[in-house]
Design a protein around this ligand. Structure first.
Ligand SMILES: *[C@@H]1O[C@H](CO)[C@@H](O)[C@H](O)[C@H]1NC(C)=O
Length: 238
């Protein structure tokens, strides 16, 4: 082949494009992985779309309202026979404060998305909250069966409900977002199903008791792999 051979030129162009494509692909994959490894818990302030969790120390009246709301949600779920348990920050709350953490304005409750909940009419589920004076916010498609329970006249508090599904022994969340950020959800929102198999231990939470995952703080090793052993306040508290 002589220099200037059109075939050779063609092949080097193709190779050039190939290398470029590989570089772009490597960058995209590296970005995706880096993004996924980060902890986006609202307490970290890392979330690109949602504001950091406020550092909100509830007064005793507001704390009473939050406990009452959590108790109502617990009774509604019990009434339907939907297995549920404390999850995320509320597990720390139950262990360290026998109630919500002092700077928390919400209670996190996970429930079994299979079984009773899966077979019941979603509108019937929602109606029970309405009957108890509670509103429910949800985006079913994006974050499947994750709900925010709130009251218009008590905007400072809420109860977050998270459906978890048993995928081959691991409890995971569902929905489009969990697929796109699968790596992240696997690292921060997935835990062994054995931790929430019934019967669950009941732990004190304010003036009543709520079901909690088995084995104490073990679940937190899966939900907060970077800092579960420490007491971490929301960034806004510093
Ligand atoms: C959730 O519900 C399903 C269906 O009823 C049941 O098989 C499972 O044991 C329940 N609990 C967990 C932790 O998956």
């Amino acid at each position: 082949m002589r220099i200037g051979d059109p075939t050779r030129n063609y092949f080097s162009k193709v190779r050039c494009r190939y290398i470029l494509l590989t570089i772009v692909l490597v960058i995209v994959v590296a970005l995706y992985v880096t993004m996924n490894l980060k902890n986006y818990g609202l307490y970290t302030g890392n979330h690109p779309f949602f504001a950091a969790q406020p550092c909100q120390y509830l007064n005793s009246k507001e704390k009473g309202q939050l406990l009452k709301m959590a108790h109502t949600v617990h009774k509604i779920l019990d009434g339907f026979g939907i297995e549920h348990w404390l999850v995320y920050g509320s597990v720390f709350g139950a262990v360290r404060a026998h109630g919500p953490l002092p700077w928390d304005n919400d209670v996190d409750i996970g429930f079994n998305g299979s079984g009773t909940f899966a077979t019941m009419d979603f509108n019937k589920f929602l109606a029970a909250f309405k009957d108890n004076g509670l509103k429910v916010y949800y985006r079913r498609w994006i974050t499947s069966n994750v709900m925010k329970v709130y009251k218009d006249d008590q905007p400072h508090i809420k109860v977050d409900l998270f459906a978890f599904y048993n995928y081959r022994g691991w409890m995971k969340r569902a929905g489009l977002e969990t697929w796109i950020f699968a790596l992240n959800y696997n690292l921060h929102d997935t835990y062994p199903a054995r931790l929430v198999e019934k019967p669950l231990p009941m732990v004190r939470f304010g003036y009543f008791k709520l079901p909690a995952p088995r084995e104490g703080l073990t679940i937190q090793q899966y939900l907060y792999p970077d800092d579960w052993w420490k007491e971490v306040k929301p960034v806004t508290c510093k």
